[in-house]
Design a binder for this molecule. Structure first.
Ligand code: IFM
Length: 437
C-alpha cells in the first residue's frame, strides 16, 4: 500500500450542503426553496422524503463540529441557504439566517477549523423559480444581490468562498433531465441555465473583488471527463463531444477560453464572456467516478455511456481512481496550474450498524485509500492540489434518492439523529495525523 504522504500544509476537510443536512425547514424565517417544492411532488424523491429535518445540523452543529475537531479536520465546507438569508429571494435580509451562519463559523473557529462556504448548493428560493429561475437572465442580478449580502454579513468570518456547486447538476439535472429540482425537461432551457449559471459565477466574483475581502474565492465543478471505450476514432470523437458538453461548457468560459464549439445557441450578450472569465483563486473539483463512452447513433449527442467492469458504489458508480488522476492533471493543464481542491470525493455504501455498535465500512475505506493515493501521486507529479474534502461528513438527504444512500463518514440514525463515526472517520483521523499507511 502506497504511503498516503501529503504536504504539511495540505488542507484536510469534510463537506456537506445546507438542504442536505440542516433541517429546520420552516424555522427562523427560512423561505421556501425549489427542493421543498420538488420533494412534495409524488414520485420525485425516494419514498416522498425531504430535507425538513435532515440531520438537524441547524440545531446540532456544536456536536458535529466537536466531532470534526476530534477527528482532526482542518476545514469544513458547508453551503449557505439562499432562502434563509433572503426568504423572498431578493429584498429584506433575515437576521436569524445570518446569525445561524455566523454562529456556525464562530464554532468552527473555536477549534481552529476554517469555514469554507459555498454560496449556491442548489436551494434556489422557490419565488425566483416561479419567474423562470436559472433560465431567465434576471436571476444573475438576484444572485448578485444575495452574494453581496453574504459578503457584507459573513465576510469577516468565512475563510474561503465557493460561488456555485456543480453547475452541471444545477443545469442538466434540473432543467434537461428533470431529475433534480425544479424538474424541467428542456434542452433549450437547460442551455439558457448553463449560461446564466456561468454568468452568475462571474458576477459574484466581480462583486467580491469590490468588497476588498481577502479570502480566496473560486468555483466547484463536477466535470465529467469520460474516457473513450475503445481506440476507434468514432469512440474517441464521442469522448471529445462528451467532454465539451459535460466539462468544457462550464470550465472553459470561466478560464477565459470561451465556450467550446457546440451545435447550440446560448443567450450570450456583449461582454458576458469577459464577465464570466474573472480571475479566480482556486478551482474545486468534485470527483466520484469516471465512465467510458462510445459512439451511439441513437443518442441525442451521438455518444452514450458504455458498461464498466469495475466494482461500483451503492449509487452504481464505477470505482475508477485513475479517473481522478486523469481529471486533476487535465484541469491542472487547462487552468495553467491554478490551486486545486478536491471539494468532494466519497462513496455510498449500505453501512449497517453492527452488533458492536460500530459501522465497519471497509469498502468505503478501500475507495478512499485509492483516491487519496491518486491525490498524493499527482501532487508528486507537480499538480497544484492544495486540499481534499471528504463527502460527506454525515449521511444525509441525497437529493432524489432521499435518505436511501449513505455517503457519510459519520452514520446518522434518522429516527434518533444519533451520530456514530464509521471506521472511515477513524481512517481519516489517522491519515490527517500522518499515519495513513
Ligand atoms: O450529495 C451530492 C452533493 O450534493 C453534490 N455532489 C455529489 C454528491 C453525491 O451525489
Amino acid at each position: 500500500m502506497e504511503q498516503l504522504d501529503f504536504p504539511a500544509d495540505f488542507v484536510w476537510g469534510t463537506a456537506t450542503a445546507s438542504y442536505q443536512v440542516e433541517g429546520a425547514g420552516h424555522e427562523d424565517g427560512r423561505g421556501e426553496s425549489i427542493w421543498d417544492t420538488f420533494a412534495r411532488i409524488p414520485g420525485k424523491v425516494y419514498a416522498g422524503e425531504n430535507g425538513e429535518v435532515a440531520c438537524d445540523q441547524y440545531h446540532r452543529y456544536p456536536e458535529d463540529i466537536a466531532l470534526m475537531a476530534k477527528l482532526g479536520f482542518k476545514s469544513y465546507r458547508f453551503s449557505i441557504a439562499w432562502p434563509r438569508i433572503l426568504p423572498g429571494g431578493t429584498g429584506p435580509v433575515n437576521p436569524q439566517g445570518v446569525a445561524y451562519y455566523r454562529a456556525l463559523c464562530a464554532e468552527l473557529h473555536k477549534y481552529g477549523i476554517s469555514a469554507c462556504a459555498t454560496l449556491y448548493h442548489w436551494d434556489l428560493p422557490q419565488v425566483l423559480q416561479d419567474t423562470g429561475g436559472w433560465t431567465e437572465r434576471f436571476i444573475v442580478d438576484a444572485f448578485e444581490e444575495f452574494v453581496r449580502v453574504c459578503f457584507a454579513e459573513l465576510g469577516d468570518c468565512v475563510d474561503q468562498w465557493i460561488t456555485i456547486n456543480e453547475p452541471l447538476c444545477v443545469t442538466y439535472l434540473g432543467y434537461y433531465f428533470g431529475v433534480h429540482a425544479p424538474g424541467i425537461q428542456s434542452l433549450d432551457l437547460a442551455l439558457k441555465a448553463v449560461h446564466h449559471v456561468n454568468l452568475a459565477h462571474g458576477v459574484a466574483v466581480k462583486a467580491y473583488r469590490k468588497t476588498g475581502l481577502k479570502a480566496p474565492i473560486g468555483i466547484t465543478w463536477n466535470l465529467s471527463t469520460p474516457r473513450p471505450a475503445t481506440n476507434r476514432e468514432a469512440d474517441q470523437q464521442a469522448a471529445r463531444i462528451a467532454r465539451s458538453i459535460e466539462a468544457e461548457m462550464f470550465a472553459f468560459p470561466v478560464l477565459g477560453k470561451g465556450y467550446p464549439e457546440i451545435p447550440f445557441t446560448l443567450p450570450l450578450q456583449t461582454g458576458d464572456l469577459a464577465t464570466i472569465a474573472q480571475p479566480i483563486d482556486f478551482i474545486g473539483i468534485n470527483y466520484y467516478c469516471e465512465n467510458a463512452v462510445g459512439y451511439d447513433e441513437t443518442a441525442p449527442f451521438k455518444y452514450s455511456t458504455q458498461p464498466c467492469w469495475q466494482d461500483s458504489s451503492d449509487m452504481g458508480w464505477p470505482i475508477v481512481p485513475g479517473g481522478l488522476e486523469r481529471q486533476l492533471k487535465w484541469i491542472h493543464q487547462v487552468s495553467k496550474g491554478l490551486p486545486l481542491y478536491v471539494t468532494e470525493n466519497g462513496y455510498a455504501g449500505k453501512d449497517p450498524i453492527e452488533a458492536d455498535g460500530r459501522v465497519h465500512d471497509r469498502d468505503r475505506i478501500g475507495y478512499l485509500k485509492q483516491h487519496l493515493a491518486a491525490c498524493a501521486k499527482v501532487i508528486k507529479e507537480g499538480v497544484n492540489l492544495k486540499g481534499y474534502y471528504a463527502w460527506s461528513f454525515l449521511d444525509n438527504f441525497e437529493w432524489a434518492y432521499g435518505y436511501s444512500k449513505r455517503f457519510g463518514i459519520v452514520h446518522v440514525d434518522y429516527a434518533t439523529l444519533k451520530r456514530t463515526p464509521k471506521d472511515s472517520a477513524y481512517f481519516f483521523r489517522d491519515v490527517i495525523a500522518g499515519y495513513g499507511e
